[in-house]
Design a protein around this ligand. Structure first.
Ligand SMILES: [Zn+2]
Length: 221
């Protein structure tokens, strides 16, 4: 497959993933999100500053350092390139990154509470551990980006982080798998909050998360 075809295919996957997020009801009232996919040569495809009704040809190609190589980006999107690049740099196997303000996951981010892994979908879609919270820093700032890089280094197998007082950042092998994980995480956050009213969520039996993590590692290797 040549470069142009790869770009077109990944752009279509991103547009479909954006649609899936709306269809699944995991977007916040504002509809705010940004999605990206890795291209070769330290480049990525990035949503232009909106995701509702996104068409594949509206995605921009940008360098990891922020240079816009093709297409147009609204200034709000230019600010978040570093947030996406930090994930691609830290995780060579990651092919797509999605940031949302999914309401229940964001409740955990606002409360500075890691989201425990206590539901089957979270295990199945690749997050077999608690989702850590990255300390707050202004959107796209050095402080925020450094915080993400530090947490990814400390937690080498997490596929998501909560951004304190902000939202959710999820990553995976491709756009579809990453969107599925966003949905699983939002469902888990909803279930945790609902379970709190009836005595609180309970952990998996000992060994269950470790077994799932081992299975994920086998698939990934
Ligand atoms: Zn945001």
């Amino acid at each position: 497959m040549n470069d142009k075809h790869i770009r077109e295919e990944r752009a279509e996957q991103l547009a479909r993933a954006a649609e899936q997020l709306f269809a699944a009801g995991v977007m916040s009232h504002s509809g705010h999100a940004n999605l990206s996919a890795r291209l070769d040569g330290e480049r990525l495809l990035l949503t232009p500053g909106f995701v509702r009704g996104l068409r594949p040809e509206q995605l921009a190609t940008v360098g990891f350092d922020g240079e816009v190589l093709d297409g147009e980006l609204q200034s709000v999107s230019a600010e978040i390139i570093a947030m996406h690049s930090a994930v691609y740099r830290a995780r060579p196997g990651v092919g797509a990154v999605i940031h949302t303000h999914s309401p229940s996951a964001t409740a955990f981010a606002v409360a500075h509470r890691p989201l425990p892994c206590r539901t089957e979908p979270m295990l199945r879609f690749g997050q077999a551990e608690d989702i850590p919270v990255v300390p707050w820093g202004p959107r796209g700032s050095d402080v925020s980006v450094r915080g993400i890089a530090e947490v990814l280094e400390r937690r080498p197998t997490t596929a998501a982080v909560l951004l304190a007082n902000h939202g959710l950042l999820v990553f995976g092998p491709d756009a579809a798998a990453t969107a599925h994980l966003v949905v699983a995480i939002e469902e888990s956050a909803e279930a945790e909050i609902a379970a709190a009213a009836i005595g609180g969520a309970v952990d998996f039996p000992p060994g269950a998360r470790e077994a799932a993590r081992a299975a994920i590692a086998r698939v990934a290797s």
